[in-house]
Design a protein around this ligand. Structure first.
Ligand SMILES: Cc1ncc(C[n+]2csc(CCO)c2C)c(N)n1
Length: 228
């Protein structure tokens, strides 16, 4: 029996995604013990990450070969700018940080490297490269959200509960399922060489996801002795 392309990709990245679940930052969101200073660093870096990520959806829409793909990228673009970033704006408000301040966040090395990688991959190829570049981010967040939601108290936590609820929600799961369907559609006609290239993009972005959790946990910016 042949397995779908998304299943083939999942089998390859699953060990990396499992490692997110034991990462102290992710565990801290799940059990509510995460230090607020770490979360603030994450939220600010993630906010500017999502601005770059939105550009990725716009590239996907411009490269789409059919209306349903274009519509999905349009939905993802709107969803990110309006709903996902609103989660960050609401969290920021609790800390007295304005939307303008969030937007003016200085980019860290990991954020810069991760978004630059995705944008270059998306710019280079056809729409399939963009689909591969967005897959791990959206899918792995849903994977983490659902895993954390297995412990019902994580959804009720007064501070981190909103995070868990957002990424484990049925609306978000539906959006991720559409991305999975897109990659499966690509997998039906792509050559083995193209599939290998796309799989590698998902593996690399999965590594970057781990690095992003680590950047947040250790509150790092640039790993140099002095910044000017
Ligand atoms: C580092 C990082 N990786 C993934 C996501 C999650 N995410 C990014 S775009 C998108 C799709 C729809 O909004 C989702 C779920 C994040 N926030 N930050």
């Amino acid at each position: 029996m042949t397995i779908s392309f998304s299943q083939q990709i999942f089998n390859r990245v699953e060990p990396v995604w499992q490692s997110y679940l034991t990462h102290p930052f992710v565990k801290g969101i799940g059990d509510g013990t995460l230090d607020k200073a770490k979360f603030i660093h994450y939220m600010k870096q993630d906010y500017i990450y999502l601005i770059e990520y939105s550009r990725l959806f716009a590239i996907g829409a411009s490269k789409a070969n059919d209306l349903s793909t274009m519509t999905l990228f349009g939905e993802l673009l709107h969803g990110t700018l309006s709903f996902e970033m609103d989660l960050h704006r609401q969290y920021a408000e609790k800390f007295g940080i304005s939307a303008e301040e969030l937007e003016a966040t200085e980019p860290s090395a990991t954020m810069t490297s991760y978004t630059s990688y995705m944008l270059s991959q998306a710019s280079l190829g056809g729409v399939e490269n963009t689909i591969a570049a967005v897959l791990a981010c959206a899918w792995s967040y849903n994977y983490i959200g659902k895993a954390l939601a297995e412990n019902p108290s994580s959804k009720e936590h007064e501070f981190y509960g909103d995070w868990v609820n957002t990424y484990s929600s049925s609306e978000f799961t539906e959006l991720v399922d559409k991305c999975i369907q897109l990659i499966d559609q690509i997998g039906k006609t792509a050559s083995p060489e193209t599939k290998k290239k796309l799989e590698d993009i998902v593996v690399n972005t999965s590594y970057y996801e781990y690095m992003f959790w680590d950047m947040a946990e250790n509150i790092t910016m640039w790993d140099v002795p002095v910044t000017v």
